[in-house]
Design a binder for this molecule. Structure first.
Ligand code: HAM
Length: 452
């Protein structure tokens, strides 16, 4: 029985009291992406397992330990996406989006699934916002990408977060580095976990992001990739820095960043904070110039990033970043009597059509209980309609904050109230009441011309 009312470990509910925070953050991210010409892409929650094996990489922690993989009844191996880059790249190729002209710029908001040890900031189902650009090898694309992520933190007012960048070179210069790593880790074999021992031959770079404590210790003293990159990669990295400087984006070069997924080349970056404990990487990304070709496409340089929305909200909470209040009902229409119920229902529909949020009783409460409910939901205004009011054609509007009331004609009520809301916004209407309640009362009564 207990399981019926228990969520699965590592998954979280986003409750009505919190969802407005998510909506606010998501809307801002969308806006930031759209401003730089990115358009939304939505891909399925599952893909063929082979896509992640090939792109994220066979020797990564994600593929080796963390994927939710299952066989369908038809015998296909399917995996719940552990990240968004692979699916977006698959869709880019499958639908030949490159035919629309390069560069192609997309963004996404999606749930991801990784079977990791759940803790603060690390979940098994989590949300990512990500952006990807296909078809540019230019350093300006790297800087544009980093600036977009930075812009999101800036606009949200997140301060205690630092941008760390690195270059991990191209396929060619990686060979020297891989050899150096092999030599170093071979000399420290005894300290490595079994998974890393197998990585030693196949992909020693992956040892650098193993979560095992003993491996982490050894990895901390390993050779750093920046010392091994070729002239072209080095020049590209310098250019990225020039453009970041031009945009006044602060960063530090951290030569130990290699990222945990296999597809990266050249620029990699992370936004890191100390304010949320061990899972301090809020955003990570970089270039992946070989991936599109690896998946069967033409050689196409590409790059992107993803940020974890849970981690972002944790940082915002830890740093007391202000978020908008939850929206509340604009007007509660209480009704007493059968004719009044019909009138209240009609008014509520009309107000909603005019973009004013209106609520009515739908459970059969008495007047007192209706008003109590109006208070409970923090309605900004309330109106009581009795059968007599319908005969008289006039109702009393109450400002629930100040308790002030004023009369309004029922027939014009929606139009005038809606006009005022649209023209001034609700805050201004409240102010008007505060300053001069007669003026608003008159406006609502229709004695002032529309638009005043
Ligand atoms: P990633 O570093 O694996 O990169 O994940 C990006 C972000 O997702 C992390 O910085 C973190 O905020 C969040 N995240 C990852 N795992 C978890 C988890 N278990 N619980 C909560 N949040 C998590 C990628 O996924 C790449 N696809 C990013 C990218 C896009 N690179 C190029 N384009």
């Amino acid at each position: 029985m207990e399981l019926l009312t228990k969520k699965v470990k590592g998954a979280e509910d986003i409750l009505p009291a919190d969802s407005h925070k998510w909506q606010f953050v998501e809307e801002l991210m969308r806006d930031e992406a759209e401003k730089s010409g990115f358009r939304e892409i939505r891909t399925p929650v599952f893909e063929h397992t082979v896509l992640f094996n090939r792109s994220v990489g066979e020797t990564t922690d994600v593929v080796q330990k963390e994927m939710y993989t299952f066989n369908t009844k038809g015998g296909e191996s399917i995996t719940l996406r552990p990240e968004g880059t692979a699916g977006a790249a698959r869709a880019y190729l499958e639908h030949a989006i490159y035919n629309d002209g390069l560069p192609v710029k997309v963004y996404y908001q999606l749930t991801c699934y990784r079977y990791e040890k759940a803790q603060a900031g690390r979940q098994r189902e989590f949300h990512q916002f990500g952006m990807e650009t296909y078809g540019s090898a230019d350093a300006r694309a790297d800087a544009e990408m980093i600036c977009a992520a930075n812009g999101i933190f800036d606009r949200l007012g997140v301060e205690d977060i630092r941008l760390e960048i690195n270059s991990i070179g191209c396929k060619t210069c990686r060979a020297d580095y891989t050899a150096a790593l092999k030599e170093y880790f071979s000399a420290n074999k005894d300290e490595l976990c079994d998974t890393c021992l197998s990585r030693l031959e196949r992909n020693p770079m992956r040892i650098l992001d193993c979560k095992n404590e003993s491996c982490k210790k050894v990895a901390a003293k390993a050779p750093v990739v920046l010392d091994y990159i070729c002239g072209d990669c080095s020049a590209h990295f310098e250019k990225v820095k020039t453009f970041l400087d031009a945009a006044d984006v602060e960063y530090t070069v951290n030569p130990t960043i290699v990222r945990g997924l296999d597809y990266y080349t050249r620029t990699v970056f992370e936004f890191v904070t100390d304010s949320i404990g061990a899972q301090g990487t809020v955003c990570g990304g970089g270039r992946y110039d070989g991936l599109i070709e690896e998946l069967g496409g033409q050689p196409t340089p590409a790059l992107g990033f993803a940020m974890g929305i849970e981690r972002l909200l944790l940082v915002m909470k830890a740093q007391n970043v202000e978020l908008p209040e939850a929206p509340t009902c604009d007007i509660y229409i209480a009704a007493l009597g059968e004719a009044a119920e019909v009138k209240a229902f009609k008014l509520a529909q009309q107000l909603r059509q005019s973009s004013i949020s209106a609520e009515i009783d739908i459970v059969g409460r008495g007047l007192r209980a209706q008003m109590k409910y109006a208070n409970k939901i923090n309605a900004k205004y309330s109106v009581v309609i009795g059968d007599d009011d319908i005969k008289n054609g006039s109702v009393k509007v109450k400002d629930m904050k100040t308790g002030e009331t004023f009369d309004a004609l029922l027939d014009d009520f929606v139009d005038i109230f809606a006009d005022k809301f649209i023209e001034y916004g609700l805050g201004a209407v409240s102010e008007l009441i505060g300053e001069d309640s007669d003026k608003l009362g008159q406006a609502l009564l229709g004695s002032l011309p529309h638009g005043n």
